[in-house]
Design a binder for this molecule. Structure first.
Ligand code: SIN
Length: 287
């Protein structure tokens, strides 16, 4: 019998519309676990409150979310218009579902590196909802980083400088990630502001990531790579803006790609980790 693990952090009783939930903020800038909530049973008003909370907290965690794939897609639809991944193959009948699967035959795992999902798209994802069904005996955590904190912890003159810039985000990375299966397919490439404003919270967030961002527009190659290295290191090492989530079977993480990056940890080879992600379409990023 696995003992129920009480998350660290202050317990606050909150009302999400008509339902009572226990809210645990896992650390100050990012990450909240909500207990007593079944996502597949929320009304549209309650879903809106969840969306408001994730815009503020960056990522929400839920335990024991029993749901079928169809129910997960339905929750996704309530969260927003669904996004279809440009590179991955989806399970039969569920074109908007991304399978997250790693086992002893895997040569790579999805999301091992700091990134914001599919930021190469012209309208990159807003929310991603990942449910892990099979967890390895140990490990397989995901780390999330607040891009509000990443932006706010820079000096004011540097923030001003970054606000003038935009960057190229390229999907060419999928040729490496899905080696042998992408042929000569073309993947999206988009230009986005380096700093974006979250349309829900109104807060500014840093919006470059080492997964997709290739260069800063208008800078020399040397300036661009030096600046991107500085920003990628800042994001990776800013521990005060990060939260680490340990999955149990049927845990769900719901994150907002507009203000959060994440990094999966593949520390469980050759064990199996398996789950499903649905993702909503965001707006075109703006400053
Ligand atoms: C991803 O969506 O990038 C995968 C994250 C994970 O498997 O923890």
């Amino acid at each position: 019998m696995v003992p129920v693990r009480k998350p660290a952090g202050e317990e606050v009783q909150v009302t999400i519309a008509s339902i009572q939930a226990e809210r645990f903020d896992l650390c100050k800038p990012i990450g909240t676990e909500l207990r007593g909530v079944q996502l597949s049973r929320l009304t549209s008003g309650e879903i809106q409150e969840v969306k408001d909370l994730v815009a503020e907290r960056g990522v929400l965690f839920f335990r024991d979310q029993e749901m079928t794939l169809a129910e997960q897609v339905e929750v996704g639809r309530q969260l927003g218009e669904l996004h279809t991944h440009p590179a991955a193959s989806a399970p039969e009948g569920f074109p908007e579902v991304l399978v997250i699967h790693t086992d002893e035959k895997s040569r790579r795992t999805a999301g091992e590196g700091w990134h914001s999902d599919v930021s190469c798209d012209e309208r990159p994802p807003a929310l991603s909802m990942l449910r892990i069904e099979t967890t390895p005996p140990v490990g397989g955590d995901t780390v999330f980083a607040s891009m509000y904190t990443a932006y706010e912890s820079l000096s004011e003159p540097f923030q001003q400088f970054l606000q003038q810039l935009s960057a190229v985000h390229s999907g060419a990375i999928y040729h490496d990630l899905y080696r042998g299966r992408t042929g000569d397919r073309q993947f999206p490439e988009s230009v986005h502001p380096v700093v974006r404003t979250h349309p829900g919270s109104g807060k500014k967030a840093l919006y470059v990531n080492s997964g997709f961002t290739r260069r800063i527009v208008g800078l020399s190659a040397q300036e661009s790579s030096a600046l991107l290295k500085l920003l990628f290191d800042h994001i990776a090492y800013l521990v005060k803006g990060q939260v680490r989530f340990h999955w149990e079977p049927n845990s769900v993480a719901l994150w907002d790609n507009r203000c959060v990056q994440h990094h999966a940890s593949w520390d469980y080879f050759p064990e199996t980790r398996h789950g499903y992600r649905v993702t909503t379409l965001g707006e075109r990023p703006f400053l």
